[in-house]
Structures are given as structure tokens and as C-alpha cells.
Design a protein around this ligand. Structure first.
Ligand SMILES: [Ca+2]
Ligand SMILES: [Ca+2]
Length: 451
């Protein structure tokens, strides 16, 4: 499933990176083909293939995948019947789009003066996701003592472009899903890091270009679950939710232990003493557990929050890294300043093992992938602009020339003009020194406090 998602998002990345506009350039008598543009619409929408012009009599031919499907003189037939219209003003409209409509459309408009315009577009038809029931549900799975797994779904079809699920923790921090299996997006919370309280999930479809989902769709609503966290794992653990009932229990035991209910006979007195001893032992055990529960509560109250990830600026926590991807390409210095405006810095990718997975998760979530070509990667926060050959990370620490992160033969300071560092993924994640003035996408990182 993961592989399928990656493949689909890669295709989609290609689509959104293409110009969505439909460019027409009037040509000479022979006509000019202006190249194929990609246009995306959602299923059920209408698409104007060409605007008409009532003032200039013209003849229109419409082709799909090089087959003539309609013209000024003939109505569309077969699957395009009563949906593809060429009207008297020579405008061409395709209504109520279905997924089978995707393909390359070419429209040839020949005017009465002999001039003509040829334009073509590749139509991509998006589809909304589908779920079981009318809205998302979220459930928790605590079968693993060290991990709370929240599951959000059930998504029977991810849609195209595929949606993902984003999570909100009890303090409003946004978290990316950590997986997807059996129709559910998952969020794994290590018990030691999780916060008790309300977690929510919803389909991550903030940009209308990202998925085909109506703004009013109930699928957009947050699904919520209250998570209680039991910090103790032994058999004597005391769920915090039971804290008040535990206090009551101790009070009851104290009352019982101090009551003076001596029987008349020796046997009764002995039975009373045994019973009382048992009660006292039980009381002690409960007091121990009560004090352990108090300590746990203190620890939770004193725990520093992993605050500082500026959610309001679009940063999201990926595996303990607070990151944001900028797809609009900038030269290195502009990218650096952009991050700084956010109170962040260019991403310090110091460890392939620790920083690589959050980077790939960020890209996957954004429907992007890391370029396999050096020179087309993403700017990260390292450069040798101060002293040639001495690379520094944006936090001032040294990036060694012998670091295993470098691609083979790098850094090479090609043409004596490569002082900034990009990340790419020919097979493994690698870094390369590159020309700072080249415009690349980039990743910003905000420093956050983890416990
Ligand atoms: Ca250099
Ligand atoms: Ca280089």
C-alpha cells in the first residue's frame, strides 16, 4: 500500500508542477501547436477546452488521443455523447467529467481567413477519497505496552490525488501519520512521549489542488479520541483515571482497619486479628501505589512540552523533527532568509539514519519526492561561504569533508563556484555542494524542545 501511495504521489507531483494554464498562441495558416499542457479537474466538474469567439466564423475539430471525437459538424458520440459540446460560437466544453475522460485533447480551430490555432491538453481527472460510513472514526490500540497506536479511517479509497491524514495532539500540535495499513492511517505514540488528552485526525486536504474533496464534505471533519496514559507497566499499575477511586478505596480501608469490632470468643478475636492484618497489608500496598501514582502525576505536570513547532506557519512534527517544505524554488541565500523569517533555519541533515526518515516522510506527505539527480535537489543548511572548503551547518557546527553523507566525489567545488549544500537521492540520501545562485526547493527546520 505504501509503495502504491508513493508511486501515485510521484505521478501527482509531476502533475501539480506542470503549468495548469491552457495556453493558446495564434499561429499562421499552418497553425501552431503550443505543446501539451496538463489540466486537472475533479470528477463531475465541467471543463472548457476552448473559449469561443462569436465574431470570427471558424471550424473546430476536437481529437482525443489523436482520434477525431467531435467537430463543428458532428456531435460527439459514444462515451462523450451529450457531454462534449462544440457550440455555434466554436467554444468547446466537456461536462460532467468522468475518470475515463483522461487523455490528450487536441482542438484545431480554423478561422475563415485561413489562420488556425492548435492547442492540446492532457486532462487528469481527480477523484475524492472514499471511506466506510459517513465520517472518519479514530480508535486506539494499546496492546503494545510501550506504544499507543491511534488508527484513523476506515479509508476504502485514497482518492486521486491520494489524501493522507494529519493528527492534532492535546496541545494543538500537528503530527503526520506514521503509517497506513488495512484502511487506517496510524499514529504511533511512545508511552513515554505521549500526552494524555484529546487527539484528533482528519483528511489532510488543505489545498484544493491537493485533493478532490468538497469544502463541506463531512469527511473533512476532525474525528476525536480521548487518550488516557498509564505510565506504570507492572501488574500493580494504577491507571490515572482511577486515581480518585483509589483515594476513596484507601479511605475505606483506613476506616475498616481502625474499627474496634472485637468478637467475644477467642476464635472470633483471632479471626478479627488475621482479617485486620490482611487489611493493614492491603492498606500499605494501596498507599504505596497511591504515592507512585502521585509521582507519576508530578512527572507529567513537570514534563517540558515539545513546544516551539510553529504550527501556525505550516510546520509539522515528523519523527521529532519540526519541518516545512518550500516547493517554490529560491537561491540558497533567499531560502536561508525565508527560513529565518519563520524563526527557523535551513534543515540540518546531519544523520542519514535520524534525519533521513523525517525528510522522506515530509516529502511523501507533501506529494513530493527527493530528486535522484544532483543539482536538482533541495537546499539544506550547510555552506562553505565563509572559508572555502570548510563547511558549516546552520547551527555553526562543522560538516566534515569526510562525512559519509557526501555523494561520491563530493564536495568538488566544481568550477570553483560551489559553496552551498543540497540533498538528493540517486539511490541513498546524499549531499552535494552546488552553486548557491541556482534556485532549488528547500526545507526549513524549527528547533523544538523535546523532553
Ligand atoms: Ca566551495
Ligand atoms: Ca558539487
Amino acid at each position: 500500500m505504501k509503495l502504491t501511495m508513493v508511486v501515485v504521489t510521484v505521478i501527482w507531483a509531476g502533475v501539480i508542477l506542470s503549468t495548469l494554464q491552457w495556453t493558446i498562441i495564434a499561429g499562421g495558416p499552418a497553425g501552431v501547436d503550443t505543446g501539451t499542457r496538463v489540466v486537472t479537474r475533479c470528477k463531475g466538474e465541467n471543463l472548457v477546452l476552448t473559449e469561443g469567439n462569436a465574431d470570427v466564423p471558424s471550424r473546430v475539430l476536437v481529437y482525443r488521443n489523436d482520434r477525431l471525437v467531435a467537430s463543428t459538424f458532428t456531435n460527439a458520440s459514444r462515451d462523450l455523447q451529450r457531454r462534449l459540446f462544440v457550440d455555434a460560437q466554436s467554444s468547446v466544453t466537456l461536462r460532467n467529467l468522468s475518470t475515463s475522460d483522461l487523455g490528450v485533447y487536441r482542438v484545431e480551430v480554423t478561422h475563415s481567413d485561413g489562420s488556425s490555432v492548435i492547442s492540446s491538453m492532457r486532462l487528469v481527472v481527480g477523484e475524492p477519497p472514499e471511506i466506510t460510513g459517513s465520517r472518519l472514526v479514530v480508535v486506539s490500540d494499546t496492546s503494545d505496552l510501550s506504544l499507543i497506536r491511534l488508527r484513523c479511517g476506515a479509508v476504502t479509497f485514497l482518492g486521486f490525488p491520494p489524501v493522507s491524514v494529519i493528527w492534532r495532539d492535546p496541545v494543538g500540535q500537528l503530527l503526520a501519520s506514521t503509517g497506513f495499513s488495512e484502511q487506517y492511517f496510524t499514529l504511533d505514540l511512545p508511552v513515554t512521549l505521549a500526552r494524555p488528552g484529546r487527539y484528533s485526525c482528519h483528511l489532510d486536504c488543505r489545498d484544493p489542488n491537493d485533493c478532490c474533496l468538497d469544502n463541506q464534505s463531512p469527511l473533512r471533519q476532525w474525528a476525536q479520541i480521548d487518550v488516557q496514559i498509564d505510565k506504570m507497566s507492572s501488574e500493580d499499575s494504577v491507571p490515572l483515571a482511577n486515581f480518585s477511586s483509589l483515594v476513596q478505596r484507601v479511605k475505606d480501608l483506613e476506616t475498616a482497619a481502625t474499627s474496634q469490632d472485637c468478637g467475644d470468643s477467642g476464635v472470633a478475636a483471632m479471626a478479627y486479628l488475621v482479617h485486620r492484618q490482611a487489611k493493614c497489608d492491603q492498606l500499605e500496598s494501596f498507599i504505596d501505589r497511591l504515592s507512585a501514582a502521585e509521582n507519576t502525576i508530578q512527572n507529567i505536570l513537570q514534563r517540558p512540552s515539545y513546544s516551539g513547532c510553529p504550527v501556525d506557519k505550516g510546520y509539522v512534527l515528523y519523527n521529532k523533527r519540526c519541518l516545512k517544505l518550500y516547493t517554490i524554488k529560491q537561491d540558497y541565500q533567499t531560502a536561508r532568509r525565508r527560513c529565518e523569517t519563520d524563526g527557523a533555519h535551513l534543515f540540518n541533515l546531519k544523520s542519514r539514519e535520524l534525519d533521513g526518515p523525517p525528510l522522506l516522510l515530509l516529502l511523501d506527505t507533501m506529494g513530493q519526492e527527493l530528486s535522484s539527480t544532483l543539482g536538482q535537489g533541495l537546499w539544506i543548511g550547510a555552506d562553505d561561504t565563509v572559508t572555502e572548503g570548510h563547511f558549516l551547518w546552520s547551527d555553526g557546527t562543522t560538516l566534515l569533508r569526510g562525512s559519509p553523507l557526501w555523494s561520491t566525489g563530493q564536495p568538488d567545488d566544481a568550477n570553483g563556484n560551489e559553496d552551498c549544500v543540497e540533498v538528493a537521492q540517486p539511490s541513498n540520501i546524499v549531499i552535494n555542494d552546488f552553486t548557491c545562485s541556482v534556485k532549488l526547493g528547500f526545507v526549513c527546520q524549527a528547533d523544538i524542545e523535546m523532553q
